[in-house]
Design a protein around this ligand. Structure first.
Ligand code: S3P
Length: 430
């Protein structure tokens, strides 16, 4: 489907976005693992989280939905049931990698498959470390899906320093570790999102080289009732659209402000963005608050290496902000972008070239020079939700407007993106 975007002059009003996708994935998984009934309020409406539910439904868990509230009947440790068919993780890397750690602890065989994009993404990064804990699993010869997971009698606790800065790899190992009596110790040298640790109540301490994380059966989830704060990664698109459009002022309510996720806000503030956090609170053990954003003139700043894992999902929309800011936008140390839902370095560079931007593609990033021309381009989503929304916002900032083809993929994280943008535009006219 090709979506047309008209030039936006102003955005006004307040948005209540659906729950954070990373937290919702974990909430669904942990509720499914816990024995009995859990409630997840303001659960993400994303297709990715539905993929997680579909996988656990095949493992015997039950879900009842009432709007954005999900009632989950989970199975308890050792009680998930053998799936009758392959587990389809759809487009979701988080589903695949996290569930692998759980499946490695079960006494039955399972196989995970996914869509064309997920089937290209690297799985060795979880296969190898899970094997070090005695897991019995194998990817195909290219190190990708399908992933076959067999029962193992040799699962053992581990003392391990993560080799890849990835919350998905970290979580896969933790999720296997919480099936064991003995305590496993993990050292994380580069911080990545810590929702798994917070939601499972894992003990953490500062180590010389980073953070030490402890996990054992004591941390196996019990039933819970939580409200998921809104998704900062979905909020990112509206933050940038409001900053860059003329005469805008919006509020995004009750957004997750976990410090491992707020790198985008720090960078945009440093760029001169007027972003204010109101009503800070605690929501589901996570920091949350309302974000007020006012139109601003931005200038590019350098983006340090250490912050990359914190902003990794927001780099597409951050680059659009950088394109309209004073100076050139440049990002380096972000090779991970090449193995996301699309090769995001390539997807971004090819799309920027369509509006005459001078693009320098690097192995681990890119640089943008010049200003985009108003030529009603048809941008390509590359079936990647964050690319589709980035170029939706970019189109809305051009006098000519623009189009995004394959736009339906936004459902992977936020099916209501277009409707929400339209609401903010409508509010500005009344
Ligand atoms: C996620 C971790 C990140 C992120 C992804 C969600 C998670 O991936 O890009 O969108 O929920 O754990 P990596 O762990 O591969 O960096």
């Amino acid at each position: 489907m090709i979506q047309k975007f008209e030039k936006i002059n102003s955005l006004k009003g307040e948005l209540y976005l659906a729950g954070d996708k990373s937290i919702s994935h974990r909430a669904v998984m942990f509720a499914s693992m816990a024995e009995g009934k859990s409630i997840i309020r303001n659960c993400s409406e994303s297709e990715d989280v539905i993929s997680t539910m579909n996988c656990f439904a095949k493992l015997g868990c039950k879900y009842k939905r009432d709007g954005n509230t999900i009632e989950v009947i989970g199975k308890g440790i050792g009680k998930l049931t053998p799936p009758q068919t392959q587990l389809d993780a759809g487009n979701s890397g988080t589903t695949t990698r996290l569930i692998s750690g759980i499946l490695a602890a079960q006494n039955f065989e399972s196989e995970i498959i996914g869509d064309a994009s997920l089937s290209k993404r690297p799985m060795k990064r979880i296969v190898e470390p899970l094997k070090l804990m005695g897991a019995n699993l194998e990817a195909n010869k290219y190190g990708t899906l399908p992933l076959k997971i067999f029962p193992s009698k040799d699962i053992q606790s581990i003392s391990y320093t993560f080799q890849v800065a990835s919350a998905q790899v970290k979580s896969a190992m933790i999720l296997l570790a919480i099936h064991l009596d003995e305590v496993s110790e993990f050292i994380e040298t580069v911080p990545t999102r810590n929702h798994t640790e917070l939601m499972l109540g894992l003990k953490r301490e500062k180590a010389n080289s980073g953070t030490k994380i402890f996990a054992s059966k004591k941390n196996y989830p019990k039933p819970f009732d939580i409200t998921v704060p809104a998704d900062i990664s979905s909020a990112a698109f509206f933050i940038v659209a409001a900053l860059l459009s003329y005469d805008s002022e919006i509020i995004l309510s009750n957004v997750s402000l976990n410090p491992t996720r707020t790198g985008l806000i720090s960078v945009l503030k440093e760029m001169g963005g007027q972003i204010e956090i109101l009503n800070r609170r605690d929501e589901a053990g996570e920091e949350a608050g309302d974000i007020r954003i006012v139109s601003s003139q931005l200038k590019n700043v350098s983006i340090p290496k250490e912050i990359i894992p914190n902003v990794i999902d927001e780099i597409p929309i951050l680059s659009a902000a950088g394109l309209f800011a004073e100076g050139n936008f440049r990002i380096e140390n972000a090779k991970e972008l090449r193995v996301k839902e699309s090769d995001r370095i390539k997807s971004l560079c090819e799309n920027y070239k369509k509006v005459g931007v001078n693009v320098i593609e690097l192995e681990d990033g890119f640089e943008l020079r010049g200003t985009p021309s108003n030529i009603q381009a048809v941008f390509e989503s590359y079936d990647d939700h964050r690319i589709a929304m980035t170029f939706g916002v970019l189109s809305s900032l051009l006098d000519s407007g623009g189009y995004v083809s394959g736009f339906e993929c936004v459902g992977i994280s936020n099916p209501k993106f277009y409707e929400q943008l339209t609401t903010l535009v409508y509010n500005s006219k009344i």
